[in-house]
Design a protein around this ligand. Structure first.
Ligand code: ZN
Length: 232
């Protein structure tokens, strides 16, 4: 999910206009073991979405963050647009629905050095599904849109966690992140200009914390705000 100043209601309207066919004819399939539903996906894509959702829940649970959400995921054959910017996927809290570009369009439109340019599309797709599922789970747990940096930190950690080690290294390599990351680097400017860098920084910061899960959990519970650590 990316964040801008558009109210959620406007975003919801834009999504509805972009997909007038949304409604009764959608063929929703349930993921095994939870109430998540997927539409617009080929069989292999459906499995990848469900894998991303399940792995996101497992990562959050491993850090003691409860995951009660059961949301819908819609695959489309173009990249979703949020605030005028093409994105791999987005979670719309107003409609409680995730939109994901399918793996083929993500690969076709991948900027150089981006997630889909650096690693195998199925792995990248699972990571993005996990990222957006995390937003849905955090919203359901009460973490609102005013905590967007915390949302993105946690979603980034989950996104990176579900990647195999070699894929994670391939994603991080061109970002040239140092061994240690200060919280002040996790700021809205970095996120706005370079979301991939923000994701890499969040992951490296999480890894460098004495208890990364405690830090993550405090953000999920709303007791820790990144902006309280920022110099501006
Ligand atoms: Zn996000």
């Amino acid at each position: 999910m990316r964040w801008c100043r558009l109210p959620a209601a406007i975003l919801a309207a834009a999504v509805a206009m972009a997909d007038p066919s949304a409604g009764a004819q959608d063929d929703w399939r349930r993921c095994p073991g939870n109430g998540w539903q997927v539409t617009g996906a080929a069989a292999g894509e459906y499995a990848l979405v469900c894998q991303g959702v399940a792995e996101a829940a497992a990562v959050l649970a491993s850090c003691g963050v409860p995951t009660v959400a059961a949301t819908r995921v819609r695959l489309i054959d173009e990249l979703p647009v949020h605030c005028g910017v093409k994105v791999w996927g987005l979670y719309d809290s107003a409609s409680d629905e995730i939109l994901l570009g399918d793996p083929a369009i993500c690969l076709a439109e991948a900027p150089e050095g981006s997630l889909f340019d650096r690693i195998a599309p199925p792995l990248a797709f699972v990571a993005i599904a996990a990222h957006e599922a995390t937003h849905a789970m955090l919203f359901a747990g009460g973490l609102g849109a005013d905590r967007h940096l915390e949302h993105e930190y946690i979603a980034a950690v989950v996104q990176m966690s579900v990647l195999p080690e070699a894929a994670r290294a391939a994603f991080l390599e061109p970002l040239n992140i140092g061994a240690s990351v200060a919280i002040s680097q996790l700021n809205p400017i970095i996120y706005g200009l370079h979301p991939d860098l923000f994701a890499g920084l969040a992951w490296r910061h999480f890894e460098g914390e004495p208890d990364g899960c405690a830090f993550l959990r405090a953000m999920a519970e709303g007791t820790l705000r990144i902006e309280d650590f920022l110099p501006f």
